[in-house]
Structures are given as structure tokens and as C-alpha cells.
Design a protein around this ligand. Structure first.
Ligand code: TYM
Length: 341
């Protein structure tokens, strides 16, 4: 039975999210988004996508991209995305994303795109192009092409999500009800994991300094080194205060997420622990937490993963095609090739 048919008979809500296959996936991606992806598989129709069309909006090497999109897919499987329960695929293999993006671009104001802070940051760093400018429209199309109700992301995606909501409302009021207005799902702790070297800016895949982040596949000794070099402050007390003590607070967030204990309890227990010792404790919790992911990743076979992704793309096409028929009709086109209505 096709996934599309299964969703029709169930009343479950749909969640959608995506990740770019650029750079290596770090604990910020994991704690802010991917852990929620895995959890949400139980109560929702979950659809997850490696957004490789988004990845080509900055300068890149096609050979490296081909490898990193497969590695990203493997990592998603290794963290627990289960193709038996979720739809997982490469964005470039489902052309309805680009089709809907074009349609949505005709109801997007240039002002809204001009206000996007991520566009400005990336354009300053890598140079601008039309695809980078309209990146948030494609992101809205990703979500709306599946009529998703909710989107698990870290809080750096909030502005993009607002545009997706706005475009859903605008489309519905202009052409008639079509899209649910998607909700953002962001964790209370971990929505913004900070750089280990500059705890006032977020941990990022594209930071030139590798010491700022811990990757999901880093070796234990690398992880220990990264935390040893983490910037804290000139005091001696462990206390949760993201404003005044961003470095220590970031470490408390990370420890909390990897141990399942509350930030308050951890701050209390470690109040007078020396910073060096505290960093080592965080490092060990992360080493332990990431170990099953590394093991699972190593056990995955490239060809098997490619097959999973092809199956995902075929199911996603089928599903997206079902949704697009009614969108096309509302815009004045034929629902399908050869159909008149
Ligand atoms: P991307 O690939 O940059 O990041 C993937 C996910 O990781 C989250 N994230 C973080 N969370 C907490 N702390 C951090 N330091 C941190 N860094 C990244 C991101 O919020 C994201 O959830 N535009 C998206 C990809 C995308 C998408 C979509 C997402 C394309 N289409 C549709 C949702 C729905 C992006 O670049 O994520």
C-alpha cells in the first residue's frame, strides 16, 4: 500500500521538516530539531526531507554535495528516523516542491524577502543570487506541498516559518481554503545551541572554525577536546543565566539534554564544581549520548540507504501529486495532465 493511501484513511496530523546537506550535522541540529523529528514519528504522519535544492543556493562542489546528501540521509537514519514510520527523501527527487515554490513566489512580496536576516547573513558571506533570495519561498513550498500542520525546527527558522504561515493564509484567502497554517514546534531547552567558542552566536554548520561545534560523528577524543576549549567566563560559579553567563548556560543546556535531568537540578548539583571538571562531565555525557548514533551510522550501507531514499521519493511524489491537483485547479490550471478539471 502506498503511503499516500495510508494517510488518507488516518486522521493523524502531518509534520514536515527539512535539513540541508551542507556541512556536517552537529549537536545543535540534533538537539534543536532532529530529536523532535524522531519523537514525532509516533503520533504524526511524519515527513522528513534532505533539502538538497536549498543547498545549491550558495557556492558548492557537485561531487561533494552528492556525497554529503547521502551522508545526511544516513545520519538521519542513524539518529532514529525510521523509514517504516516516516517518509524520508531528497527534495530534488520530488519536483512538486519546485512547482509549488514558483506558484507561491507570485504571492510573495519582495519586502518580506528583503527582511530575512538569514538571506542578509548568507549573501554577505557567500554572495547573492535569486535562489538564495527566494529560499524561504521554497521552504514554504516544502511544508505546504504536504499540507503539514506542524514543523519541528530550531528557533533560527522562526522568521522563515512566519513567511510559510503568511503564504498559507494569503493563498487560502485569495484562492480558497487549501493549506493548514503550519505551527512551529521548537523545544523548550535546546532551541538554540550556541557556539562553543562564542556563546553569544548559534552553533553553525558554516562557521569557519571547527572548534565551535561538536559533530554527531566526532570521535570521543575530539568531543573531549572541543568541550575542553569551550569558552565560559571569568567567574567560578556554575549558574544558569543565559544573559550574563552564556557559555556556562549553554553547557548546562547541553548536559540537561544529554542526561534528561533539568537544568535547575544540574546547576544546583554543580554549583561549586570547577569549570574544567564541569566541562569534562558535559563531554562524557555527550560522548555517551552520541555513541549509539556513530555505531548505527557505521552499520549502514550506502546502496541500501539509496534504495530507501528512492522509495521515499516515489511515495512523496505520489502524495505531493495528490495535493497539487487541487492547488493547480484553484489557480486555473488543469488538475492533472489530460484532466479537464
Ligand atoms: P538547517 O539545515 O540549517 O538546520 C537543520 C535544523 O537544525 C536546526 N538548528 C539548530 N537548532 C538548535 N541550535 C542550533 N545551533 C541550530 N542550528 C540549526 C535548524 O533550526 C533546523 O531545524 N532552512 C532549513 C531547512 C529547511 C526546512 C524546510 C526546515 C528547508 N525547508 C522546511 C523545515 C521545513 C535549514 O537551513 O536548516
Amino acid at each position: 500500500m502506498f503511503f499516500f493511501e495510508e494517510t488518507k484513511v488516518s486522521d493523524r496530523k502531518t509534520v514536515f521538516s527539512g535539513i540541508q546537506p551542507t556541512g556536517d550535522i552537529h549537536i545543535g541540529n540534533y538537539l534543536g530539531a532532529l530529536r523532535n523529528w524522531v519523537k514525532l514519528q509516533d503520533g504524526f504522519d511524519a515527513i522528513y526531507c534532505v533539502v538538497d535544492l536549498h543547498a545549491i543556493t550558495v557556492p558548492y562542489d557537485p561531487v561533494a554535495l552528492h556525497r554529503s546528501r547521502l551522508d545526511t540521509a544516513k545520519l538521519l537514519l542513524a539518529v532514529g528516523v525510521d523509514p517504516g514510520r516516516s517518509l524520508l527523501y531528497f527534495q530534488s527527487q520530488v519536483p512538486q516542491h519546485a512547482e509549488l515554490s514558483w506558484m507561491l513566489s507570485t504571492i510573495t512580496s519582495l519586502g518580506a524577502l528583503n527582511r530575512m536576516t538569514q538571506f542578509k547573513e548568507k549573501a554577505n558571506k557567500a554572495g547573492e543570487n535569486l535562489g538564495l533570495f527566494s529560499y524561504p519561498v521554497l521552504m514554504a513550498a516544502d511544508i505546504l506541498v504536504h499540507k503539514a500542520h506542524a514543523v519541528p525546527v530550531g528557533d533560527d527558522q522562526t522568521q522563515h516559518l512566519e513567511l510559510a504561515r503568511d503564504l498559507a493564509e494569503r493563498f487560502n484567502s485569495r484562492f480558497g481554503d487549501e493549506f493548514p497554517v503550519p505551527e512551529q514546534i521548537t523545544p523548550d531547552v535546546g532551541a538554540r545551541i550556541m557556539s562553543l567558542k562564542d556563546p553569544t552566536s548559534k552553533m553553525s554548520k558554516s562557521d569557519d572554525d571547527v572548534n565551535t561545534r561538536v559533530l554527531l560523528l566526532d570521535e570521543p577524543d575530539t568531543i573531549r577536546r572541543r568541550f575542553k576549549g569551550a569558552v565560559t567566563d571569568s567567574e567560578t560559579e556554575i549558574r544558569y543565566d543565559p544573559e550574563k553567563k552564556p557559555g556556562v548556560s549553554n553547557l548546562l543546556d547541553i548536559l540537561s539534554l544529554f542526561t534528561g535531568r533539568s537544568v535547575d537540578a544540574l546547576a544546583q548539583d554543580n554549583r561549586s564544581t570547577q569549570y574544567g571538571h564541569f566541562k569534562a562531565t558535559v563531554a562524557e555525557a555527550v560522548v555517551e549520548g552520541l555513541s549509539p548514533i556513530r555505531t548505527a551510522f557505521k552499520a549502514l550501507d550506502d546502496e541500501e540507504v539509496s534504495r530507501i531514499m528512492v522509495k521515499g521519493a516515489l511515495d512523496a511524489r505520489m502524495r505531493a501529486e495528490g495535493e497539487m491537483a487541487s492547488v493547480r485547479k484553484k489557480l486555473g490550471f488543469d488538475a492533472r495532465l489530460g484532466s479537464e478539471g
